[in-house]
Write a protein that binds this ligand. Structure first.
Ligand SMILES: [Fe+2]
Length: 362
């Protein structure tokens, strides 16, 4: 008998001995993911859908960014969505602690690194959905189907339109060159966004070349690192630095307030791998009691109206390439995005954190 099977039997015996009953939570007929199986049956569209059963979503996204989507889903399908919000780490820990008694049908977070971590802990079930596979490009979803990107956030170079000629700009790596000494602003390395960027650089360039780039960035810093992308853009506008690396929606939010802001976006690495992108995305929990409703929700979120709403609500890009974003986002122009699978952000996150630490990137 394989070691894992023995372990499962031992755990089950212990749970029964402790008075914990499996299957306490009501399970609909559509629940096809065996709670303790090492090979979970994939959730598929064949599951019977009970539209009177709510879908419970654990989400790290701010409520005002996603509630309008769920309200529209309810209006169109009659299926209620119950939303519980929290920070990524605690939400994933809660899901893990709740085990098969969890209320959650869906985990919805930002950053592929978080989804990767949840999937790595066995908290997300593999899905088979022709709708999701058709609507969401392969690099924006888990190769094993446990999570799918729903919106895209592009992380690229922002520059001062007063002091920088965009012809001087090219790649993230080139921001390590001496011409940017004392002119670069960066967000703290503690933010997952920069961990993800560095993780994909490690995959593409290797450890030593990536470390050289990060050391060059640190040497070029104009100021201490910032706690937010918004502060970077404000620093560029105020003349504290000339270039930085930011998620585009932060500039969009500021452009909505001040269309004359003297900061613009430059699409990095267009002659190379393309702009670093990450996702907000979701998966169905391994112990979902309503996997059919959860799948219906995820599939719906990949379609035209909600995809447009992602760009309208938070100035992100639709993950579905057939859908155009709002005008303000379209005005930044088209760009080539890096098609490295976003799961790299999770897979190489520890490596990236250690590298940034060695390079004194705080
Ligand atoms: Fe953000």
């Amino acid at each position: 008998m394989p070691y894992r099977a023995i372990l499962i039997i031992v755990l089950q015996t212990l749970l029964v001995a402790c008075g914990v009953q499996q299957g306490d939570q009501q399970t609909s007929s559509a629940a096809v993911v065996p709670a303790q199986s090492s090979v979970a049956a994939p959730v598929s569209s064949d599951n019977s859908l009970d539209t009177t059963a709510p879908v419970v979503v654990y989400s790290s996204r701010q409520e005002y960014l996603i509630k309008p989507l769920f309200d529209r889903f309810t209006a169109e399908t009659g299926i209620q969505v119950q939303l519980q919000t929290g920070e990524d780490g605690p939400l994933i820990a809660r899901l893990q602690a709740e085990g098969d008694a969890t209320f959650a049908d869906v985990l919805y977070t930002v950053d592929a690194g978080n989804l990767w971590a949840a999937a790595d802990k066995g908290l997300l079930a593999p899905l088979h959905s022709e709708i999701l596979e058709a609507n969401i490009p392969a690099h924006l979803r888990d190769p094993e189907g446990r999570w799918f990107g729903l919106s895209v956030r592009a992380r690229t170079i922002a520059y001062s339109t007063a002091r920088v000629d965009p012809a001087q700009l090219s790649t993230y790596e080139a921001l390590a060159e001496p011409q940017w000494q004392g002119r670069l602003c960066l967000r703290t390395s503690k933010k997952v966004y920069n961990m993800s960027l560095v993780a994909t650089m490690i995959d593409r360039l290797g450890i030593a070349p990536t470390e050289a780039v990060v050391r060059g960035w640190v040497a070029n810093l104009a100021t201490n690192v910032f706690s937010s992308d918004t502060l970077i853009i404000e620093a560029i506008a105020a003349g504290q630095c000339d270039v930085g690396i930011v998620n585009t929606y932060y500039l969009g939010q500021m452009q909505q307030q001040d269309p004359a802001l003297p900061v613009a976006l430059f699409w990095a690495n267009q002659a190379e791998n393309g702009v670093h992108v990450n996702i907000s995305g979701a998966g169905i929990t391994t112990h979902a009691s309503n996997p059919a409703g959860a799948l219906r929700l995820l599939e719906w979120l990949s379609t035209a109206a909600p995809q447009y709403m992602f760009s309208d609500l938070n100035l992100e890009y639709p993950a579905n390439p057939a859908i155009a974003p709002v005008a303000l986002v379209q005005n930044w122009g088209e760009f080539k995005q890096d098609t490295i699978n976003v799961e790299t952000a999770g897979r190489l996150q520890v490596e990236a954190v250690m590298l940034m630490d060695r390079a004194d990137y705080r």
